[in-house]
Design a protein around this ligand. Structure first.
Ligand SMILES: C[S@@+](CC[C@H](N)C(=O)[O-])C[C@H]1O[C@@H](n2cnc3c(N)ncnc32)[C@H](O)[C@@H]1O
Length: 219
């Protein structure tokens, strides 16, 4: 599969920068590997989820995919720290009483948000320090109802600097995002298992993109 990215030589300015947000949301559909990863997210959803949490929701794209795929969804909590991203998410979900878009920082505990049947995250958790990723996986495990699913579509570390370079080229990035703190797949799967999640695996991968999935035990 060959993506057709638009190459961009600007240094990333951070997710609070409206120009970076504009650039990001207009290129999403031009990355076929991302769309392939999203298709697998939909496949792993439980059949009738009611409450959904989207961590680092951006413009709400992943939450919208879940709602479209699972009409059983009654409530979505979509959290992000970036004002311009939140503005886009609020526009997307305007008039939909099922969705609450909230400003929040993933460095803070998510457990006060309640219990969920699905926790999704798209390309967001890699912005956190590794220790916080580990803690967050524990909080996700505590927040999932029995049988609930955590699906984390992520940017992950490549095995070598050369492979990382090839990945950046393939997605049209000239330079790394300085906010990225990429972890490798094996470490993250181990952290998810340590957190108490079951059926943990990397269910899809393309270069530096991966879908890491785990479930809460059914009883
Ligand atoms: C690459 S974008 C992905 C957006 C969206 N989830 C998607 O799938 O397209 C990364 C998102 O993570 C958010 N983010 C990064 N660090 C965060 C943090 N500490 N707390 C909350 N959101 C964060 C950014 O504001 C941005 O919206």
């Amino acid at each position: 599969m060959t993506p057709s990215p638009q190459h961009d030589d600007r240094p990333p300015m951070g997710w609070r920068d409206p120009a970076q947000v504009d650039w990001y949301v207009t290129r999403i559909d031009r990355l076929p590997p991302r769309l392939a990863g999203e298709a697998v997210v939909v496949e792993v959803l439980p059949p009738d989820p009611r409450r959904v949490l989207d961590l680092g929701c951006g413009d709400g794209r992943l939450a919208a995919l879940v709602m479209e795929a699972r009409p059983s969804v009654e409530q979505v909590v979509a959290v992000d720290s970036s004002p311009p991203m939140l503005e886009r998410a609020r526009e997307r979900f305007a008039g939909d009483p099922r969705v609450g878009v909230r400003q929040g920082d993933l460095t803070d505990p998510i457990t006060p948000l309640g219990e969920f049947d699905v926790v999704v995250s798209g390309f967001a958790i890699h912005h956190l320090a590794h220790e916080r990723k580990r803690e967050l996986f524990g909080e996700v495990a505590s927040s999932l109802r029995p049988g609930g699913v955590f699906a984390n579509l992520e940017v992950v570390a490549s095995a070598t600097p050369e492979l990382h370079r090839t990945f950046l080229d393939a997605i049209g990035r000239a330079v790394d995002d300085p906010e990225d703190q990429l972890a490798d797949v094996a470490d993250q799967l181990a952290w998810m298992r340590d957190a108490g999640l079951t059926q943990v695996d990397c269910l899809w991968r393309w270069r530096g993109f991966a879908l890491l999935v785990g479930s809460a035990a059914t009883s």
